[in-house]
Design a protein around this ligand. Structure first.
Ligand code: PLP
Length: 380
């Protein structure tokens, strides 16, 4: 075994950094030299670059993806007790901010193939108390947003896209035009956590919207609810992207499409190796969306997931289970739910069968070959 293979990681940020080191180091030193650590010119230029990349009218940078969701919900004027529909198969942050704001998370199931919520599932959960929907573009591909937006229009609901895992993916509408994920709902939210597809070297996040009034409100809320300094019209929060992170993100944004292509190439390699394995389903592609593979997630059937994970661990191939517990079953959320749930068949099934393989921008064919061989041999 080559020594390089002894250190396979779920995400390799070191090798990625080595390739942009001189650019990043210079930009970071420039910020330090300028001492404009908060709201410096780098924050403005990154904001403008991200607006251009996404084709979004407004980007509001903030401190992390969870804050982005919270600020979006505060801006949406939701009142305590309002119901917000959210998938039960997602990262906890999505439901956390709903509960924090004393709203009611209504947790719904997902599609077994794409792992995303659908318009049909959402529509069945709508009640007179429903005010918002938070579709999560899970693992790197868009929910089927066009029908979701139609449902939202019919029921007068605000749509907040959790795009923390899918920045850079494209969604295609029936008329053929495409839009970046996160710009289709009324508000989109992103995380720049280091391991995300566009990750900084600390915490960061952003909100995006094409709605001027919502943008203004999000900007105010993120900045203590102030219209001008020391005049506070709303109760807000303090949530800022710092200038050093913005400088790093501005550089990495230029590479985002190449990073997505590297992830897609790794996914294609995995797909080809696993296409005919009896217990394993490769990740389905959502119709109308590109996939930027934040995660490459297998479904391992016939109760063999945990054994496969142990087998791979012996070969020093790391894997992760995203997510092992449905959100509705988390102790913290049982109380926040108006409609108690004991069982969501697809979510429950996925929590018991999903397995995510190493996925990042620096996977070479030798490493991929080694990982694939490990999986294929288990199945033989
Ligand atoms: C990472 C993530 C978040 C939260 O982002 P942070 O920057 O860690 O606060 C929210 N939703 C989803 C789906 C995520 O993957």
């Amino acid at each position: 075994m080559a020594t390089a293979l002894r250190n396979i990681q779920m995400v390799d940020l070191n090798t990625q950094y080595d390739k942009i080191k001189s650019e990043v180091d210079a930009a970071v030193l420039e910020v330090i030299g300028s001492a404009a650590f908060i709201n410096g010119p780098k924050v403005k230029s990154f904001q403008a670059a991200l607006e251009a990349y996404l084709g979004a009218k407004h980007v509001i940078p903030c401190a992390n993806g969870t804050d982005a969701l919270q600020i979006a919900m505060m801006a949406a004027d939701l009142q305590p007790g309002d119901e917000v529909i959210v998938p039960a198969f997602t990262y906890v942050a999505t439901a956390e901010v709903i509960a924090l704001l004393r709203l009611r998370p209504v947790m719904v199931d997902v599609d077994p193939h794409t792992f995303n919520v659908t318009a049909e599932i959402i529509e069945q959960a709508i009640t007179p108390a429903t005010k918002a929907i938070v579709p999560v573009n899970l693992f790197g591909q868009s929910c089927d947003m066009e029908p979701i937006m139609e449902v939202a229009r019919r029921h007068n609901l605000i749509v907040i896209e959790d795009n923390a895992q899918a920045i850079g993916a494209d969604y295609t509408f029936r008329d053929g035009h495409t839009q970046k994920t996160g710009t289709i709902g009324h508000i989109g939210c992103t995380s720049f956590y280091p391991s995300k597809n566009l990750g900084c070297y600390g915490d960061g996040g952003a909100i995006y919207t094409n709605d001027d009034a919502l943008a203004e409100k999000c900007r105010m809320i993120a900045n203590h609810g102030q219209t001008k300094r020391y005049y506070h019209d709303l109760v807000g929060v303090n949530s800022r992207l710092d200038s050093i992170q913005a400088a790093i993100l501005e550089i990495k944004l230029r590479h985002l499409d190449a990073y997505a292509a590297a992830r897609q190439a790794a996914a294609a390699f995995y797909d080809a190796a696993f296409a005919n394995l009896p217990d394993i389903a490769i990740p389905a592609r959502q119709a109308n969306s590109t996939h930027v593979f934040h995660q490459y997630t297998l479904v391992v059937k016939n109760n063999r997931r945990d054994a496969l994970q142990a087998h791979l661990q012996e070969l020093r191939i790391p894997t992760m289970i995203y997510y092992p517990v449905p959100l509705y079953a988390q102790k913290a959320y049982r109380d926040a739910m108006t409609h108690k749930i004991d069982h969501l068949p697809v979510t429950d099934f996925l929590c018991q069968t999903v397995l995510s393989l190493p996925m990042h921008t620096e996977l070479d064919e030798e490493t991929l070959g080694y990982i694939c061989e490990g999986v294929v041999r288990f199945e033989d």
